[in-house]
Design a protein around this ligand. Structure first.
Ligand code: TYM
Length: 337
């Protein structure tokens, strides 16, 4: 079988991430860390969801800078522009075009049930815009344009994947098999990393407490400090159990980084204090991020290379996504040029 045909038959994996700040350890363990491994077995597409990021007000200069930094980080975690399509969403107008069409195939009641909409409209009560509400339609467009089979994401995106499937099935039900119905791929470990300062809440870029969130470009000393101050409990025993949110979270992080299971971690730290455990988790994270940070600095020193890659990514992404958009427009009844 020729390479070309083999390539045609690979399943497609796709995921995007917002450039709203340097990614967190949550973004990394829940999504980015695993993405590069898909490159061998899947046809892979990864993107920066800058259109989604303006559902919350952004400083234009910062948004541009963060987009460049995120592109460099995607390369630094091992995404290879020769193996994957790596694009920036606003460079590919097909996303907005299909996004609009899918708005018209998504029900108000479905969007109104989205927990992210409820959370974000509480967090940004001064700016509950309609983009925030119809966010899942654009996300569905991102996925369906490329006929993705699987979408590797953290657990918080599960509901958005479910609505994407519903939209695809509804559209296919009316017009025939236009879209591949995608499945979420959620990692076993690290799918929901919690804040170090409040382990009942998701680790997030928008956490008002800076101690709660580890960023991928944090200096080793800063990472160690954040882990040392991580909230735990008064039991002083490293074991995974209900009510031990802080320790459970640290065990999850340690396990996701080292590959050790919870039993092995409990044995390793039997009889040891939380101080030793927190130090070990911090050191494991520092060691994990060291090569990523090294590459990041190299990529950031070569902006011309980055620009060349995102330009190439936009061209390929446009070509691939236009095929689906053409099909959709024909089915819906738009007159061809
Ligand atoms: P975003 O930018 O919030 O997050 C990017 C990825 O990181 C995961 N993630 C986490 N995983 C574990 N623990 C955490 N604390 C944590 N925080 C974030 C997210 O689940 C996600 O996989 N709507 C998406 C972006 C998007 C997208 C898409 C994703 C736009 N279009 C199409 C997939 C396919 C978002 O806001 O992710």
């Amino acid at each position: 079988m020729s390479e070309e045909i083999k390539k045609e038959r690979k399943k497609r994996s796709l995921s995007l991430i917002q450039p709203t700040s340097i990614p967190t350890l949550g973004n990394y363990l829940g999504a980015m860390k695993g993405w590069s491994s898909f490159q061998n077995d899947y046809d892979t597409v990864f993107g920066i969801a800058d259109l989604h990021s303006i559902t919350v007000r952004q400083d234009p200069k910062k948004l541009r800078q963060q987009t460049i930094e995120l592109y460099a980080l995607l390369l630094s975690v091992g995404l290879d522009p020769d193996k994957s399509i790596l694009f920036i969403q606003s460079h590919v107008p097909q996303h907005s075009q299909l996004g609009w069409i899918l708005n018209c195939y998504t029900m108000f009641g479905e969007l109104n049930r989205m927990t992210q909409f409820k959370d974000k409209s509480q967090q940004h009560s001064d700016n509950v815009n309609s983009g925030l509400f119809t966010y899942p339609c654009l996300m569905a467009a991102d996925i369906l344009l490329y006929q993705a089979d699987i979408v590797p994401v953290g657990a918080d995106q599960k509901q958005h994947l479910e609505i994407t499937r519903d939209i695809a099935e509804r559209f296919n039900g009316i017009y025939g098999n236009v879209f591949t119905v995608p499945e979420a791929y959620i990692p076993k470990n690290g799918a929901r990393v919690m804040s170090l300062a409040d382990p009942t809440r998701k680790m997030s870029k928008s956490d008002p407490n800076p101690k709660g969130t580890v960023y991928l470009t944090d200096e080793p000393s800063v990472i160690m400090k954040k882990f040392k101050s991580a909230v735990t409990d008064s039991e002083m025993s490293v074991r995974y159990a209900e009510g031990k949110d802080g320790i459970n979270n640290l065990m999850t992080i340690y396990s996701a980084v080292t590959g050790k299971d919870f039993d092995a971690i409990e044995s390793e730290f039997a009889g040891k204090g939380y101080g030793d455990f927190k130090k070990a988790v911090g050191e494991a994270v520092v060691a994990e991020l060291e090569p990523v940070q090294k590459k990041y600095n190299e990529y950031m020193a070569d902006k011309a290379y980055l620009q060349e890659q995102w330009t190439k990514g936009a061209e390929i992404a446009s070509k691939v996504s236009q095929r689906t958009l053409d099909k959709v427009m024909k089915k819906v009844g738009f007159l061809q040029k």
